[in-house]
Design a protein around this ligand. Structure first.
Ligand SMILES: [Zn+2]
Length: 320
């Protein structure tokens, strides 16, 4: 027979021990839980931080957006303006866009396509052609470019060959339908397609800053150069479907500098240069303007410039 006091003591001792165990286990569980939750919170914070980092516009972006908002008459608060001005100074120091002084054509000569008769001749690379295969860059003369091809080839007179070459070279006119006989503003092609052999070196049409150089979307491997006009307006020249690129984002390029070579990247059925000149939009980096339907002349004028007209208007001397 046990002493009830003894049994009571044992009971309490057991309970205390168990409670001790319970407390130890609780402490352990709490520690483990708090560590897990803590690390999760930390990761969460880190994640939030990263998201904030990703979403926070770069110095360049803030100043550009601010500048464009100002340009489009959208008022921003004084603090944003102050920040914009502050970052604008950084932009001036960090990414200087050279003023466009003069322009050149992206190529200095082209194959005499109209004189070539077989696909073997046509399909040669730039390196496989000889000096005898090339002619000077033809004029962008719509009165000749819109002559139906059938009337130039039947009969095929020697005097028609330069016109055929020009028609094939300017294979898609400014905002034209994809037809060799199409006139401007008959389609939605936002630039000109210039038929050139693979590997043809392409020159920057003017001084500027490389804003984009990547393989993405319908234009494939393409380069975008930002130019600062004397008027203060920024315009962008776009060069599509390259096989190789000789510049990188942030590079300052001089007029005539080789920026890449003709290829067939992106959506294309034959080697050519897609050349486009865009006006400034609110997107940064600049996205080439690609309308989803045939735009009116007024809509085109808002976002785009005929690259040939642009080159001619800013050329020092005579250009094609
Ligand atoms: Zn094109």
């Amino acid at each position: 027979m046990e002493n009830p006091n003894t049994s009571d003591r044992k009971f309490w001792e057991t309970l205390r021990r168990k409670r001790f165990h319970f407390v130890v286990i609780l402490a352990l569980v709490t520690t483990v839980l708090s560590m897990t939750i803590g690390s999760n919170l930390f990761q969460g914070d880190l994640l939030n931080y990263q998201i904030v980092q990703m979403n926070s516009p770069s110095a360049r972006r803030v100043s550009r957006l601010e500048k464009r908002q100002r340009k489009h008459g959208i008022s921003t608060g004084p603090s944003v303006s102050f920040l914009g001005d502050l970052l604008g100074l950084m932009e001036e120091g960090g990414e200087f866009i050279p003023v466009l002084q003069k322009t050149v054509f992206p190529v200095d000569r082209i194959p005499n396509w109209g004189a070539m008769r077989t696909s073997d001749q046509w399909d040669r690379t730039y390196a496989q052609m000889t000096d005898a295969d090339f002619v000077p860059v033809p004029r962008y003369d719509l009165s000749q470019l819109t002559i139906p091809m059938s009337s130039l080839t039947h009969p095929l007179l020697d005097t028609n060959i330069p016109i055929i070459t020009a028609k094939l070279f300017y294979s898609t006119r400014y905002f034209a339908a994809y037809s060799v006989d199409a006139n401007e503003y008959t389609g939605m092609h936002s630039g000109l397609d210039l038929k050139l052999p693979i590997g043809t070196p392409i020159h920057a049409i003017g001084n500027g800053l490389v804003a984009y150089a990547q393989n993405e979307g319908a234009l494939g491997l393409h380069v975008i150069i930002e130019h600062k006009l004397a008027s203060g307006e920024d315009v962008f020249s776009v060069y599509g479907h390259f096989s190789s690129v000789a510049v990188k984002v942030g590079d300052q390029v001089a007029v005539g500098q080789v920026i890449g070579t003709v290829g067939m990247t992106g959506n294309t059925t034959a080697p050519h240069l897609h050349l486009q000149v865009d006006r400034e939009t609110e997107t940064d980096p600049h996205m080439p303007w690609t309308p989803l339907y045939a735009p009116t002349k007024e809509q085109v004028a808002k976002w785009s410039i005929n690259p040939i007209t642009f080159i001619q208007d800013h050329a020092e001397k005579t250009s094609p």
